[in-house]
Design a binder for this molecule. Structure first.
Ligand code: GLN
Ligand code: ZN
Length: 758
């Protein structure tokens, strides 16, 4: 059986592309040097695949910043504001990616958005009224030729026109369908060009097909591809989908004139049953996405091979593939020096997945794979007892009862008790948790990491930072203080490090956007809180002041969503295990005298299923309870806060309210104020702190503008339910602008109080 991958990561094993790009941004290397490193990386990646025995190797999966942005440039979708800068081709591209501020002008970057249900972000193309979509660039052809020179016949990969148009933002009155003809022609020319270059396959990525679509959308898809496919002669076109299944459109889509269909059998829960129900079109090739492109576990060979056996009954030709691009997993285990071998044996990152694809391909060709060594070894691995199993935790989850998820008395009752206990003014002021992580803060952490100082010295310095932070907040006059989060650099890693069952990597970076990479920890076994995590810091902070200091924890759903999850138990089970751990910490904080506790759920929405039909059954039905689990047993007087980094939760506003927190803070820039309407209309019970200024910029907001923002909020939110706070943590900011901004924020709240209280 042949094999392929949907795409390969591009930042480099040791993030070479990130570092050279950043050097280029700083003007330390020229464009030639940048391009040279990129070329070497492509060659290296192709060679890995060739030597691993991958037969259909992708090209054009490389990108300097993002594949959707590459497509925009290839199709001449370059907004005028960038063209007017008259920069070189490369610099125009980076201006769109990162914004430009310099002699030629001052233009912000294109918007950036989450790529479906991943933590990867793409640049949102902006199509203007008079944008003329046409084939202008040659990146895919150049990269195809480059590989060919190395003796590799590749499968060029492009984001498809449907997904491109669905993700784009339209600046004028024209809609996607109005650009259909032009874009189809451009893609048709791409097909023609590859015909002439001798490509055997081209892959069009259309993940937008796994979303809920309207009849209009399907029409658009048909219009596009009827035209594009009419350009093809010998080159075969693969329609690649991922992150879900085709569901209601399976029959219609697979009836179209593509030569192959790439289906995801992992996240596409119905892919298999759709084939059983409707069959697979004759003469077409099934690209079976069975090796997980999103998680770091070795495949379970028995499962994959059984599925393939079954699929053979329906499809004449099958190519074994990954469920999605390997972009979403780290490069290789080779650079991990401290993983326990007992743990490591379960993992396969991108390079190791290439080996798996080869082994699996070979196994499909043997007479009886069940007697082969590779098969048996894999089977044995999956049969044996794993490290870090914890029966106590398993039992605790099994024993959870209805009341573990219900906080009493109900919120309106608690409010009265909290008002009395906390005695806060109208429009209480607070922050989201972190304060600027200065060089001194980072130095302290690095010194401790490197073993240059011991835990005691490290903590003593953290206590110093906390002391300064409390003093500053008192001087500024904030009502609910925080300790500043100096002990953590990452809101998930820090908790993971204090929980049993978690493992950490050294070099397992995954691209999040452009040059930014993240290194998610791995949930390997049962999660158990083994020690107190934040209490000492909070106790100390509270001892310094008479004002309430807000405890600061990360919630179970966010911890889960920003980790690589297990595959042997459900997400729900993991969320509940983490929930129990956080609950222990919450109760310990409460016992230590902390009266307000914030449980951040910055990533609550991250894994909301793509299809609405799955929202509750697959996600919200346990994600919301997992949060409630953390705080259901605190005293009525203890006030629970939560925070989210976005305000686009109109669609799940009831569920957010059902988290049953007492207060929620979130980002609420001017453009996103529709959330206030939703809050009003839904009779939202939770008190709210819509961010009054944007912390992502060093700009200091004036008192007037904060007052104005608050007035706007007060049109929709009752005065006794409004909090005053920035829109996110302050850790990436500098001290001067932070102090200036918070001073203005407090002054604005005082002004407003005077107006309301007379
Ligand atoms: N409490 C965290 C902080 O202030 C929240 C971070 C976040 O929302 N991403 O940094
Ligand atoms: Zn935030």
């Amino acid at each position: 059986m042949k094999n392929t991958i949907v795409g390969f990561p591009r930042v480099g094993k040791l993030r070479e592309l990130k570092f050279i790009s950043e050097k280029y941004f700083r003007g330390e290397v020229d464009v030639e040097e940048l391009k040279q490193v990129a070329k070497e990386l492509r060659e290296e990646h192709w060679n890995y695949q060739r030597s691993s025995g991958i037969q259909l190797i992708p090209s054009n999966d490389f990108s300097f910043y993002d594949g959707v942005l590459d497509m925009a440039v290839l199709l001449n979708v370059i907004p005028k504001k960038y063209q007017q800068l008259q920069l070189s081709e490369t610099d125009t591209y980076f201006a769109m990616a990162r914004g430009y501020q310099g002699e030629a002008g001052d233009v912000p970057a294109l918007a950036m958005k989450k790529w479906f249900n991943t933590n990867y972000h793409y640049m949102v193309p902006e199509i203007e009224e008079d944008t003329e979509i046409k084939l202008t660039g040659k990146k895919p052809f150049d990269e195809y030729a480059e590989a060919k020179q190395l003796g590799i016949q590749t499968k060029p990969v492009l984001v498809g026109p449907f997904t491109f148009l669905k993700l784009a933002k339209y600046q004028g009155n024209k809609k996607a369908i109005d650009f259909a003809e032009d874009i189809a022609k451009a893609y048709g020319e791409v097909v023609q060009k590859f015909e002439s270059l001798g490509a055997e396959w081209i892959q069009f990525d259309e993940p937008a097909l796994v979303q809920d679509l309207t009849a209009e959308d399907l029409n658009l898809f048909r219009v596009l591809y009827n035209k594009i496919l009419s350009f093809k002669e010998n080159t075969k076109v693969l329609l690649q989908t991922y992150f879900g299944d085709l569901r209601d459109y399976y029959k219609e889509i697979t009836a179209l004139g593509f030569n192959g269909f790439g289906l995801d059998f992992l996240e596409g829960k119905q892919s298999f049953s759709l084939i059983q129900k409707y069959g697979f079109p004759e003469g077409k090739v099934l690209f079976a996405g069975l090796v997980n492109g999103k998680n770091i576990w070795k495949s379970n060979y028995a499962k994959v091979l059984e599925t393939l056996e079954e699929l053979k009954k329906y499809a004449g030709e099958i190519v074994l593939s990954t469920s999605c691009s390997l972009l979403h997993v780290p490069y290789t285990l080779q650079n991990e020096t401290s993983l326990n071998p007992e743990v490591e044996q379960y993992f396969a990152f991108a390079l190791e997945k290439l080996q798996e694809l080869r082994e699996l391909s070979v196994l499909t060709e043997t007479d009886d794979y069940q007697v082969e060594k590779e098969y048996l070894e894999n089977k044995e691995l999956y049969a044996k007892e794993r490290l870090y199993q914890n029966d106590t935790v398993k039992q605790q989850v099994a024993d959870l009862k209805e009341e573990d998820f219900v906080r009493l008395p109900k919120r309106s009752e608690r409010r009265k008790l909290q008002k009395e206990a906390l005695n806060l003014p109208l429009f209480p002021t607070t922050t989201i948790g972190s304060f600027p992580q200065t060089i001194a803060v980072k130095k302290n952490r690095t010194a401790y990491r490197k073993g240059e100082i011991d835990k005691k010295t490290y903590d003593n310095r953290v206590y110093e930072f906390i002391k300064d932070c409390i003093k500053k907040q008192e001087e500024i006059g904030i009502d609910v203080l925080v300790h500043g989060e100096y002990e953590r650099n990452d809101m998930v890693e820090f908790f993971g490090e204090n929980l049993q069952g978690y493992v950490f990597t050294e070099k397992a970076w995954v691209q999040s956007y452009g040059t930014r990479c993240v290194k998610p920890p791995i949930i390997f076994g049962d999660v158990k809180r083994s020690r107190s995590i934040t209490t000492d810091y909070l106790k100390y902070a509270q001892s310094l002041t008479n004002k309430p200091v807000k405890g600061m924890l990360t919630g179970p759903v966010t911890i889960l969503n920003w980790s690589f999850p297990r595959e042997d138990i459900s997400l729900k089970e993991m969320a509940y295990q983490i929930g129990i751990a956080i609950r222990e910490e919450v109760l310990e904080l409460e016992k230590a005298g902390i009266k307000i506790i914030q449980i951040d759920e910055a990533a609550l929405k991250e894994k909301l299923p793509i299809r609405k039909a799955d929202w509750y059954s697959e996600y919200l039905n346990w994600a919301i309870p997992a949060f409630r689990l953390c705080h259901s047993s605190v005293k009525p007087e203890t006030q629970i806060h939560t925070h989210m980094c976005y305000s686009e939760f109109n669609a799940i506003i009831k569920d957010i309210d059902n988290m049953d927190a007492d207060v929620i803070s979130f980002e609420a820039s001017r453009s996103k104020l529709t959330i206030l309407d939703a809050i009003q209309e839904s009779n939202f019970e939770t008190e709210v702190g819509p961010g009054v200024y944007d912390i992502h910029s060093p700009r200091v907001p004036s008192v007037e503008e904060i007052v104005e923002a608050l007035h706007r909020m007060l049109e929709k939110i009752p005065e006794n339910k409004l909090w005053v706070n920035p829109d996110c943590g302050l850790k990436t900011r500098g001290i001067p602008e932070t102090e200036a901004s918070l001073t203005n924020l407090v002054e604005a709240a005082i002004k407003l109080r005077k107006q309301y209280e007379g």
